[in-house]
Design a protein around this ligand. Structure first.
Ligand code: ATP
Ligand code: MG
Length: 432
């Protein structure tokens, strides 16, 4: 085959490469997030990207955006199984918990960070592969833990220096309460049947609560005046909701009760919440979560309560870079340049010796003039260039050139002393 037969292959629409210039910001965010999760006792649970499709149809609910139109599903040609790329973490986390008997004798606080997949129309803040920070507290009935999750999120916004993220909460009550409300809601929505869009008409009888979740501005008033689920809550649900509200007040967290907050997934009950901002254009929800006491038994486990949330990492990063513009990070501390074969070989040994001392080192590879090598050294962002030429080799030494500081003379340091010398210099200059 000749080259002309190959067409350039690009990434799938809505699935992004995270390039070296940006990945540093992702890594810094992830490391802050892991520290934050540890500070509340959460441990990592890693589940596969692929699961049986029925985990999601059952776990998320048939009449949801995700299951109806957003899943990447395919048939495994080996055995005919229907498989799905996870569109969210919760169902898989719960499956793993049941499968490994994790909450047999004690509750579990677990988290996952990674890619999830939804076949949506790509736009700012909405992608087909995106990343979530997913946090689940399994085996705890709340309302204390519900509020702890919210406090935890408030702390993360503070750690990242994010302002203008508002908290909205609601209660979805129990299944019985939702049923009573559902009948009233269907009766109400039937009066607006003609105005409903295709989704709305279909969901009117299958999932009327989701009709209120409309993004259609023309239907806002209809949705605003609909019977409120909050008015159908019984004593126990109300006590739970009030428990959440009191503790939020105790903690000085402000919030708005949004009676129309229903969340996109079917499995929620009692507490649901979202953190929203105006700083992200149309996709303003940074984090959504809530209680899902029915899911564990729905997926075949011994009934146990649970609550959790998921943060969209792309949206969080967008906010974070608005608050704190990303600075270009140096690729290394020290860039080693060299001229001549003996120097090239000594440079490789020297670079290893520097790494033994904990320094980040790029060894120039591929030859080139001294000038072009120095240009690379400068472009790497390194604090120092270490130079090995014929003169240096003759002396068993290397030259050290400060690349960032003004007016520092080039110095010659013996090869044996060089690692310690550079460590001390970097500590003194505050780069290490
Ligand atoms: P939306 O109403 O924006 O579609 P959702 O209710 O479907 O959100 P969840 O399933 O709750 O979202 O996912 C948790 C978080 O993941 C969201 O709050 C958001 O920050 C992020 N998120 C959801 N879908 C996408 C996407 N397609 N691309 C990027 N981030 C997303
Ligand atoms: Mg969605």
């Amino acid at each position: 085959m000749t080259n002309e037969n190959f067409q350039k292959v690009s990434a799938i629409r809505g699935m992004n490469d995270i390039l070296p210039a940006d990945s540093g910001q992702w890594e810094r965010l992830e490391s802050l997030v892991r520290e934050w999760l540890r500070s509340y006792g959460y441990r990592n649970l890693r589940t596969p990207v692929l699961e049986q499709t029925r985990l999601f149809t059952r776990g998320i609910g048939e009449v949801t955006d995700i299951v109806e139109k957003e899943m990447y599903s395919f048939t495994d040609s080996l055995n005919g199984d229907s498989l799905t790329m996870r569109p969210e973490f919760t169902a898989g986390m719960v499956r793993a918990t049941i499968e490994h008997n994790l909450i047999y004798d004690r509750p579990q606080r677990v988290f996952a960070i990674g890619p999830v997949f939804r076949h949506e129309r790509p736009q700012r803040g909405r992608y087909r592969q995106f990343h979530q920070i997913d946090v689940e507290a399994l085996g705890l009935a709340g309302p204390d833990i519900d509020v702890e999750l919210i406090l935890m999120l408030a702390r993360l916004w503070k750690i990242l220096g994010l302002a203008d993220i508002r908290l909205e909460i609601n209660s979805l009550g129990s299944a019985e309460e939702r049923l009573a409300h559902r009948q009233a809601l269907i009766a109400y929505l039937e009066g607006y049947k003609d105005q409903l869009d295709e989704d709305g008409k279909r969901r009117l009888y299958t999932n009327p609560l989701r009709v209120l979740d409309t993004k259609n501005p023309a239907l806002q008033e209809m949705a605003d005046n609909a019977p409120r689920l909050l008015d159908y809550l019984g004593e126990a649900s109300l006590a739970h909701f009030n428990g959440v509200r009191e503790r939020l007040d105790d903690a000085g967290i402000s919030y708005r009760v949004n009676p129309r907050l229903v969340r996109g997934l079917d499995y929620y009950n009692l507490t649901v919440f979202e953190w929203v901002t105006d700083r992200l254009g149309a996709q303003g929800t940074v984090c959504g979560g809530g209680r899902y006491d029915g899911l564990i038994s729905l997926l075949g486990g011994k009934p146990a309560p649970a609550v959790g949330f998921a943060i969209g990492m792309e949206r969080l990063l967008d906010l974070w870079s608005q608050a704190r513009p990303a600075q270009a990070q140096p690729e290394c501390d020290v860039y080693v340049v060299h001229q001549g074969e003996p120097a090239a070989r000594a440079a490789m040994r020297l670079a290893e010796a520097l790494r033994d001392e904990g320094l980040d080192v790029i060894l120039h590879c591929g030859g080139g003039s001294f000038k072009s090598q120095m240009k690379r050294a400068d472009g790497s962002g390194a604090e120092y260039a270490v130079i090995l030429g014929e003169d240096e080799m003759a002396e068993g030494a290397a030259s050290v050139k400060a690349l960032r500081a003004e007016g520092v003379p080039q110095r010659r340091v013996s090869m044996a002393e060089l690692p310690r010398f550079l460590v001390n210099e970097l500590v003194a200059s505050g780069s290490e």
